[in-house]
Ligand binder design. Sequence first.
Ligand code: F6R
Length: 590
Amino acid sequence: MIFICGIIAYIGDKNASDIVINGLKKLEYRGYDSWGIAVKSNPSLAIEKQVGKISDFHALDSLPRGCVAMGHTRWATNGSVTKENAHPHTCCKGEVAVVHNGIIENFQELKQQLAHHNFISETDTEIIAHIIEDNLKAGMSFETAVKNAITRLEGRFAIVALSNSSDKVVAARKGSPLVIGVGKDEYYVASDIPAFLEYTNDVVFMEDGDVAVISPGQGIAYTDFHGGKVSRSPTKISWSIEQASLNGYEHYMLKEIMEQRDTLAQAIVQDDAKVKKIAEMINSAHGTFFIGCGTAGKVGTVGSYVFSKVAKKHVNAVVGSEFPSYHDFLTKDTLLVCISQSGETADTLEAIEVAKKKGCKVVSIVNVMGSTMMRMSDEYLLCNSGPEKAVCSTKATTAQMAILTLLAYACAGRLDEGRRLLASVASKVNVMLDDKYTEEIAFLATKIAAHESMYIIGRGLNYPIALEGAIKMQEVPYIHAEGFAGGELKHGPIALIQEGTPCIALVANDDVKKEILINALEVRSRGGFIIGIAPQDNDIFDFWIPVPDLSIASPIVNIIPIQLLSYYTAVEKECDPDKPRNLAKSVTVK
Ligand code: F6R
């Protein structure tokens, strides 16, 4: 079983189940196959589990009142979605409950050793509850029983455990994110900050190997897995509840697309000294890799074009899952620039782990402050985009592109020029995203929704945007979209063009404009319906989406109308834009 899930626990004096259910709704972007909650209500633990989205459930009268509870929202890539497999998982007597995000690699081996227990689920998580149960039977305290259990686990995990025999709640982290919100005499443990952001901004980012033992009314004691004391203190985070809520929008995806009116300006608010230091690291490295997965991988490819044009520097853009093929080329002079919204993507984290072992330096460009990637990196730049909750990445994507562009200018010794260009991008996007603009794209979406497939073509800087645009059209409205380099069409893909096939042509005012227009014409001559994303209209276009004329920064503006098209096409097809099928926001397992 592989899980990418959301965890929330509450310890305080409010009605814990209300807070946990509310928190699970906020974490649903991490998984929405099934959910469950455990409430500590003396003398027993009350457990409720359901298959489906927690947002589809309104009242949970079955749960007792209690001041301690924890919940879990699950996303399974492997194994069935059943009530039995939903968390929390309990020991045989139902006296210990565990929620877990991650994967226990030695699960089969441990399960054999626990054959005397009655297993209810197919999950790896359930073994943790049974080990704790055995430890309690052997006379250990609950705290020690949990610590001992986690020392036996191999793999990545974030867990929270409760028992009806102890006041304490024990949370542990190794490789999967876990943060603690500290309120006044109350505590929250969660996979991500939005789960408790409406209650507190004081956050402790647990480190790998940390255990937090929370005692109601007494506070938190941090130790390592073996009980050695560690010191952790809260950081005040600047995200606001408005940023983490819908704030009047019907969906997070549209809200986050529209927030690009501000987030591009926020992305370039970076410390000059830090930007120059990272530029120097890139300039002096022998071999720089831009690593990311999915959309972040496409951003890396955009970056490689921008670096080539602006900084006259060759960098290798590689997707995280393919990076193992490059391990042999890593030396202590290699630099990894890792790109990620969540900062928790397993394939990218693994690239960092390997690179660090080989003595490479690591820089990350991440949106989530305190994320694993940020903490594993020698240097980092934050995207400053605020929480991105729709599964599909939008505002973090353009922020990452802006930061890479800024770095390219810094590498060329022209940081001020880069800043001026990006400030102008930010203000032009602000003007571009008005009601008339979104209405026209919503109209186009009504046409696109009727098609099963579509194509996107670009050249040079906009070739990776064709690839990224295809991801947007696949993952949200489920259109079979493919992105191609314009020059590659005649080597195969043009055979797919039929009467009316939609094809987006990304036509920037740059050195490849003539060629991409010729490619668009080739598609049109074979019956294709050409949607031009360009600063100027052209006779070749059947539908023109205007964008500001921004030379080297054209990838940043060109992706935005495709994000909108993806959103409106999904709405037109009655697909949930925030929770696309089969996907989860943070891919924390390989
Ligand atoms: C697509 C999308 C994904 C992510 C990818 C990496 O819209 O969001 O392809 O880009 O899963 O995630 P992060 O950026 O969190 O590393």
